[in-house]
Design a protein around this ligand. Structure first.
Ligand code: MSP
Length: 524
């Protein structure tokens, strides 16, 4: 089936409140889902929480709850946040649900039976916050190479997954499937840093704590959180369960989005588990970089954390979704700063987009009593140029978006916004009105509405409310006119009437005040 698009986010650790970094991955995934849906594909988005492991067990203890009580509460909070951010997920998996646990046990069993998993003894340096074992040489100054915190020496009986057996096969897969890893440089990192130096077998069970899925045939062991967590992408679809309709329909995933810190797990272990299960691999795994602050990583102790609710409550959801996608180049780290947020808000959203809509609505009211003139081709040379420009921007947008250059693709939309604003200055509708050049004036008004219609369709995957607001103010009501299929078409607007008085979609912020406000919020 070609007409489906299955997309996943990582499942988040419910160990604290989600900041804008976590929100970024989810907004990106949701926007991708909406984009494919608008293009007529049957899209399916999975998200959830990763609820086992020592870290969660400790966290629950700290707040005086049982682990299950704690994770259920956190999952509820996560769902509330996603609902505020209008994340249209189709399923939310908690790894403590029975549907997941049972399948993980079956998968573990299957690996044991096949001889992919064997019993041994593990000795290594364990980082609890990262839930990861490291060898001596992997440590950085004796500390965790990922988070820089202290590690503990641990020794225990454990099961291992024979990764070495699949290493060659994985390399071959990388080579034959150029779209498997995006951006491409991540593939080379995996090959050079982990596979070429010799892939180590992965320890996949623990006896030192309890909060996990028990190995059926050896219940003093619990399944290592990463084996447990990674399989969520198929257990949620009903793999190996009585009803596997969704699994048959949606697997393999079309796009799995992960942050750079968990690239290794998704680009090496996950495909190997799938190979061992004899399942097809996801079509693309997209690795994105991080949102940083000017002084490095976001952290409570540094007092530089920003939460999505803070921004949304004050500036509205769409400006946050816009900022996250526009400011974060997927393949490099992006920086959040109050200055950048306020600047994007005031320039891109207010000056450029909101004003374009406002000027258009007010001129159509002034010159044509609110009636959008019909399309009559391009009586002006500048109209012709504008049409060509709009079509080329749409193509550039699609090409970059499909290549996951999200920030750049959005820039292409804003180039069209800027070009349309410039078009008003070039055509000088006020002069056309004075000179009674009616045909040209009609064409000018039509083209303004047409470009705004195109812009609204383009932003809809990530700014749905704003897109709907633009359609409403322009009097564009018919589904066909808002449809992605008709994005490139001219002459779809007939008998539209703009609203009597334009409503600004974004109001200019007082930069100084808002920057001060955001700085305070970051310290709170
Ligand atoms: N539970 C694991 C994932 C298991 S997936 C089978 C996990 N959870 S996490 O909550 O720590 O991180 C979830 C995602 O959030 C990761 O993709 C991570 O990269 C992302 N981010 C965390 N901080 C981030 C930023 N500051 N910026 C962008 N993304 C960030 O890892």
């Amino acid at each position: 089936m070609n007409n489906k698009f299955y997309i996943t986010t990582p499942i988040y650790y419910p160990s604290g409140r989600f900041h804008i970094g976590t929100a970024y991955t989810t907004v990106l995934a949701d926007s991708m889902k909406r984009y494919h849906q608008l293009k007529g594909e049957e899209s399916y988005l999975l998200t959830g929480t990763d609820e086992h492991g020592q870290k969660i067990e400790k966290k629950a203890e700290e707040v005086g709850k049982t682990p299950k009580e704690y994770v259920d509460e956190m999952a509820k909070m996560a769902k509330e946040l996603w609902s505020k951010m209008e994340i249209e997920y189709d399923d939310y998996i908690q790894t403590t649900e029975e549907r997941h646990e049972k399948t993980v046990q079956k998968i573990f069993d299957k690996f044991m039976e096949q001889g992919d998993i064997y019993k041994g003894e593990y000795e290594g340096w364990y980082c609890i916050p990262c839930e990861t074992f490291f060898t001596q040489t992997q440590l950085n100054d004796g500390k965790c190479p990922d988070c820089g915190r202290k590690v503990d020496l641990m020794k225990e009986e454990a099961y291992f997954f024979n990764m070495k057996k699949y290493a060659e096969h994985l390399l071959k897969y990388y080579e034959e499937n150029p779209d498997f890893i995006k951006p491409e440089y991540r593939k080379n990192e995996m090959i050079n840093n982990f596979i070429k130096p010799g892939l180590e077998d992965l320890c996949v069970s623990r006896t030192s704590f309890d909060w996990g899925i028990k190995v059926l045939k050896d219940p003093k062991h619990v399944v290592y959180v990463w084996l447990d967590a990674l399989t969520n992408y198929i257990t949620a679809l009903g793999y190996l369960s009585e009803d596997d309709t969704k699994f048959k329909k949606y697997w393999p995933a079309d796009l799995q989005i992960v942050g750079k810190d968990i690239a290794r797990f998704h680009l090496i272990y996950w495909p190997i588990f799938l190979m061992a299960l004899d399942l097809p691999l996801p079509k693309t795994i997209l690795v994105h970089n991080w949102i940083m602050m000017k002084d490095g990583k976001m952290s409570k102790s540094k007092g530089n954390v920003i939460y999505p609710e803070t921004l949304m409550e004050r500036y509205g959801l769409d400006s946050v979704r816009y900022f996250l996608l526009r400011e974060m180049p997927v393949s490099q780290d992006g920086i959040f700063s109050p200055e950048a947020f306020v600047e994007r808000y005031n320039f891109d959203l207010c000056n450029d987009l909101s004003n374009l809509l406002n000027r258009t609505v007010s001129m159509i009211n002034k010159y044509f009593e609110g009636n959008v003139p019909a399309y009559q081709g391009t009586p002006n040379e500048v109209d012709q140029e504008l049409e060509e420009y709009a079509l080329s921007q749409i193509e550039k947008f699609e090409q970059k978006w499909n290549d996951y250059e999200i920030a750049n693709s959005i820039q292409e939309i804003w180039n069209l916004v800027a070009r349309t604003n410039k078009y008003i200055d070039e055509t000088m509708p006020w002069a056309l009105a004075k000179e009674e050049e009616t045909l040209k004036l009609e064409s000018c008004m039509y083209h303004l509405v047409e470009n705004l219609r195109k812009i609204a369709i383009l932003i809809k995957p990530f700014m749905k409310d704003t897109a709907d607001n633009i359609f409403r103010q322009l009097g564009i009501e018919e589904i066909e006119q808002k449809n992605w299929k008709n994005l490139k078409v001219y002459d779809t607007i007939a008998h539209s009437k703009v609203i009597e008085k334009g409503e600004p979609i974004f109001m200019r912020l007082n930069a100084e005040e808002e920057i001060a406000f955001l700085k305070d919020m970051m310290k709170a």
